[in-house]
Design a protein around this ligand. Structure first.
Ligand SMILES: *[C@@H]1O[C@H](CO)[C@@H](O)[C@H](O)[C@H]1NC(C)=O
Ligand SMILES: *[C@@H]1O[C@H](CO)[C@@H](O)[C@H](O)[C@H]1NC(C)=O
Ligand SMILES: *[C@@H]1O[C@H](CO)[C@@H](O)[C@H](O)[C@H]1NC(C)=O
Ligand SMILES: *[C@@H]1O[C@H](CO)[C@@H](O)[C@H](O)[C@H]1NC(C)=O
Length: 534
């Protein structure tokens, strides 16, 4: 019992810290590429999870499995401070959708088991209209200090997204620009008085054959002004073309809106389209090319004089762990998201859907929660997100004061504990100086450096700074140093005891005149220097 009390208070203190450092009750604005709290001027980082309410029944997923308050608590308990909560246009523009009661919507789709679950877990919602339920969910999130980004996910309620689903671009059969603007106006108005709502995502994943830049500029400008005119407090979040993958055209032509520091861009980042066997045989090369493409299309927005916050509003993996393309891409993504300290929203919270694509109670393998919304599907994956849930850089200090050495495969950072070099929580990461390629890796404020020893042994931390560390693979994530006059060996985390060891470089390609040994997963040897000043 005593132990239980201790750990409970430790958890409570941890949560309080999260809430006080991340959450906000005043409106948010932008300051260059950062999102800041208007009242305190402090940086606020959106560490969100997606929660859908845009499927055919227009009922927030999970209400048939757990009480709303419990779902909201699960969001904060797992380190998220925000939910990207979806809505379909018709729900706010067409009375036959808006006025539907939850019980009627359940009947319409014969969802009798979901009705039984709702009677048990959330009986108060059965007689609400779907719009009243949407507001009740946002209120519950607000009560739990979860910030809300409202995402216009689709027009006609249902699973999203395909090229030819009629909801892809302005002018598609279900995507009238006028009705879309009417919906944005209605939602901005409906949530005007609710401080939990910090932003609105204008439209999810524009796509399909009608896409073109001229219409994109025209309607994004109209949409942004519609939201901002109705509600000047909230962030206006704009996504690009190609399933929210591309905003590269902004380099030559900026969006002509003046929103008084409320404009945020968003992008989605999935590994779709690249087969798993390609990821396993070319992990480093693919990581490099994916980072290059994402930099050109999205990440560039956070750089330079005219920078903006970039919200990676969807990314995620099959959390059962059996999709090797997902497993390889996520390490590459986490390194980049941590380095830039981006705002983000994981896909997804839900362990299941009430009804998706004709299947009742369909499991979501990308969901944080399990099928019954009880436990966490993959605690190790959530643990990996901690480094991006925390704020690493505060905008107030222009330059990083130190670097954390992130090991993206574990989500942990290099730490020196009683002369042993281990990979452990990034909250206690050792502080390193900026690393120059082929230079030493030095501890901040200390004469000590990281040095190679012998193949298979731990590296040393000592005043011997003769080891020069080189990035040796195209991913830029392998660090190797020469042992004596011999070849290069790489830094690796021993996955059994989380200690650093020096090992033969895996899968680095021919940079070192070495044959790739790509049967191994090179991610055990991936490290990224994360600029930090907190
Ligand atoms: C619901 O059930 C009724 C009666 O069994 C059936 O006629 C109807 O087609 C069903 N509706 C749906 C959407 O499955
Ligand atoms: C549902 O709500 C409506 C209006 O709020 C009310 O008129 C009606 O009696 C309620 N029905 C039930 C079954 O409670
Ligand atoms: C960080 O280090 C402090 C002091 O050594 C220790 O008490 C704490 O448990 C560590 N926290 C984590 C998350 O490792
Ligand atoms: C990795 O850790 C295990 C468990 O401590 C140990 O038996 C093994 O020798 C270590 N491997 C290397 C290469 O150090």
């Amino acid at each position: 019992m005593g132990e239980g009390r201790v750990s409970y208070s430790a958890i409570a203190a941890f949560l309080l810290l999260q809430i006080t450092s991340f959450c906000s009750s005043s409106p948010l604005s932008t300051n260059s590429r950062w999102i800041v709290d208007d009242a305190s001027g402090q940086r606020v980082k959106l560490a969100c999870v997606n929660w859908p309410s845009h499927m055919e029944p227009m009922i927030a997923e999970g209400v048939e499995k757990k009480p709303l308050s419990e779902i909201a608590q699960k969001i904060t308990a797992n380190g998220f401070n925000c939910a990207r909560f979806t809505w379909p246009t018709f729900m706010f523009t067409r009375p036959e959708y808006s006025n539907l009661r939850v019980s009627e919507s359940l009947d319409k789709y014969n969802l009798s088991a979901a009705r039984v679950g709702i009677v048990k877990n959330n009986p108060q919602i059965l007689n609400m209209t779907v719009v009243e339920l949407h507001k009740a969910v946002v209120d519950e999130l607000g009560r739990n200090k979860v910030m809300v980004v409202l995402d216009n996910h689709i027009s006609r309620p249902g699973w999203c997204c395909g090229d030819k689903d009629g909801n892809g671009f302005f002018g598609d059969v279900d995507f009238s620009p006028e009705e879309w603007l009417q919906g944005l106006d209605a939602v901005a108005n409906a949530y005007k008085v609710n401080p939990a709502v910090v932003g609105m995502s204008m439209r999810n994943e524009l796509r399909g054959s009608r896409q073109n830049e001229a219409d994109w500029y025209k309607y994004m400008e109209l949409g942004a002004n519609t939201i901002h005119t109705q509600n000047q407090d909230i962030l206006v979040i704009v996504s690009g073309l190609g399933y929210a993958g591309n905003l590269g055209f902004l380099k030559s032509k900026p969006l002509a809106v003046s929103l008084a520091n409320k404009l945020v861009y968003e992008g989605h980042w999935y590994p779709f389209g690249i087969p798993a066997d390609k990821w396993t045989s070319q992990t480093n090369q693919l990581c490099a090319s994916v980072i290059k493409a994402t930099s050109d299309n999205l990440l560039f927005l956070t750089q330079g004089d005219n920078s903006f916050p970039l919200f990676i509003s969807e990314f995620g993996i099959n959390q059962r762990g059996d999709n090797e393309a997902d497993n390889r891409y996520i390490g590459c993504l986490l390194a980049a998201v941590a380095e830039l300290d981006l705002d983000w929203a994981l896909w997804a919270l839900q362990g299941s859907y009430i009804l998706r694509e004709g299947t009742v109670n369909l499991e979501e393998l990308y969901g944080v929660l399990d099928l019954n919304w009880d436990g966490i599907r993959n605690p190790q994956f959530l643990d990996r997100l901690q480094v991006v849930q925390q704020i690493n850089q505060d905008f107030k200090s222009e330059h990083p004061t130190y670097y954390k050495m992130l090991h993206p495969l574990s989500g942990h950072c290099v730490q020196i504990v009683e002369n042993e070099i281990v990979v452990a929580s990034c909250k206690n990461a050792s502080q390193w100086e900026q690393h120059q390629d082929e230079g030493p890796i030095k501890l901040v404020g200390s004469p000590q450096c990281l040095g190679v020893a012998v193949d298979g042994e731990a590296p040393r931390v000592s005043e011997d700074c003769s080891s020069k560390w080189k990035f040796v693979s195209s991913s830029g994530l392998h660090l190797a140093a020469q042992v004596g006059n011999g070849g290069y060996l790489c830094l690796e985390m021993n996955t059994s005891d989380s200690k650093l060891v020096i090992k033969k470089c895996l899968c680095v390609g021919d940079n070192l005149g070495d044959l790739p040994t790509c049967a191994d997963n090179p991610q055990v040897q991936w490290f990224k220097f994360i600029p930090s000043n907190i």
